[in-house]
Design a protein around this ligand. Structure first.
Ligand code: ADP
Length: 404
């Protein structure tokens, strides 16, 4: 069955068509500037060239229409008709406490997702627009919602509660949710698989280090803690996000700079992290490494501060699980940044971790980078959230078919 995976943002829509049997990506692409002047779709069939077409996309329904057009196009298409798309899997950012698993989308599910909108006002409404656009154009195709938060729903109360008046949790559901759950699940499962072990017998720390970054502690197959919180702003220092800060800084800076709390939070989201720390050099780790090599001190400080914080979380989660068997690096920086991995692991010598420098010199590959006598196995495992969504979509669709 071919599964269309959709990741819909407020003005963008990423897609992949995946053959669920071979798990090959048949085509992928991106619609940009939806609802804004200059909208365009970039489509790439497997093994083919990327083609960008400037097309008018006043809304997401128009974008999905172009996606279908491209997928079924005579020249750049990969299927003959819409009938060859068996199901659609949607990435949904926030499922609140309502969704601990992926679900087949029904009207009831849509309503429940909508009820989580205030927890992710920038993401969930956009995700829902994508679902509705697909529903309009493919009314008989089953659709599945896969949540970024779901994998973390196994966290115990002591991990997800903040030290705030309990009534805020009761009234507003203010608590840690965590994100990148699809990736943490995929990578921890793959780590166990590669080691030939059952995930239920392992203590795994997954370091998802991309532009957005989070760490999770996966004990006996379940997430027991994760660094992102109510929103994806908490935790590690990221590309442009501050990660953990003293909450009093918000009103302090608001006062000094004549800003509102919302404006300071916007700075924390978009102008902080390694971008802010480096004095604006870049949020991209490749640029920062280059600047640091060329003697830019702030870029060097940004990188040093970033890896120190990652190492601190690994230490904390080792304590949370009373040990660690596997540390897995993933996402853009985790998969590709050799120096960053080495620097983080240098802090972890006390755990008996030893890195094989030759193995660590590889980028973007599934590989064990610790030495055979290292007390903890350190691995690099490229994440694949789209494949994980396609697998979930297939699994749930097969369940529905079985029930019928
Ligand atoms: P997100 O999905 O959160 O936007 P990614 O997982 O794509 O982020 O990660 C983006 C980061 O990965 C960038 O900071 C970039 O520097 C880093 N990265 C990607 N490729 C490489 C590479 N070959 N070498 C070093 N860093 C890389």
């Amino acid at each position: 069955m071919n599964i269309l995976v959709i990741n819909c943002g407020s003005s963008s829509l990423k897609y992949q068509l995946i053959d669920s049997e071979s798990e090959n990506v048949l085509a992928k692409g991106l619609c940009e500037r939806i609802g804004i002047d200059g909208s365009a779709i970039t489509h790439q069939p497997a093994g083919g060239e990327k083609v960008t077409s400037k097309v008018d996309m006043p809304n997401h329904t128009a974008a999905v229409k172009y996606v279908i057009e491209k997928l079924t196009d005579e020249k750049v298409g990969v299927v003959k008709s819409l009938d060859e798309i068996g199901a659609v899997g949607h990435r949904i950012v926030h499922g609140g406490e309502k969704f601990a698993k992926s679900v087949v989308i029904t009207d009831e599910v849509l309503k429940a997702i909508e009820e989580c909108n205030d927890l992710a006002p920038l993401h969930n409404p956009a995700n829902l627009i994508g679902v509705n656009a697909c529903k309009e154009l493919m009314p008989s195709v089953p659709m599945v919602a896969v949540f970024d938060t779901a994998f973390h729903q196994t966290m115990p109360k002591k991990a997800y509660l903040y030290g705030l008046p309990y009534e805020y949790y009761e009234k507003y559901k203010v608590r840690r949710y965590g994100f990148h759950g699809t990736s943490h699940d995929f990578v921890s499962a793959r780590a166990a698989e590669l080691l030939g072990k059952d995930r239920k017998d392992l203590k795994i720390i997954v370091c998802h280090l991309g532009n957005g970054a989070s760490v999770s502690a996966v004990k006996n197959g379940e997430c027991v803690d994760t660094s992102m919180g109510l929103t994806p702003l908490e935790g590690l220092i990221m590309g442009t996000r501050s990660g953990d800060i003293d909450p009093a800084i918000v009103s302090f800076i608001a006062d000094k700079e004549g800003m509102s709390a919302d404006e300071v939070i916007n700075v924390c989201n978009k102008k902080s992290g390694v971008l802010g720390l480096s004095g604006g050099v870049s949020s991209d780790f490749r640029d920062l490494a280059k600047a640091s090599e060329e003697g830019n001190e702030k870029a060097a400080v940004a990188l040093e501060t970033w890896s120190y914080h990652v190492a601190k979380y690994v230490g904390a989660y080792t304590a949370a699980m009373n040990g660690v068997d596997v540390i897995a690096f993933t996402a853009g920086v985790g998969e590709n940044n050799i120096d960053a991995r080495e620097e983080i692991c240098e802090y972890l010598g006390y755990l008996g971790i030893a890195i094989d420098k030759e193995a660590n010199a590889k980028r973007g590959e599934e590989i064990t980078i610790s030495t055979p006598d290292s007390k903890v196995t350190v691995m690099v495992i490229p994440t694949n959230e789209e494949l994980a969504i396609a697998r979930e979509t297939l699994r749930l669709c097969l369940c529905v078919i079985k029930k019928q």
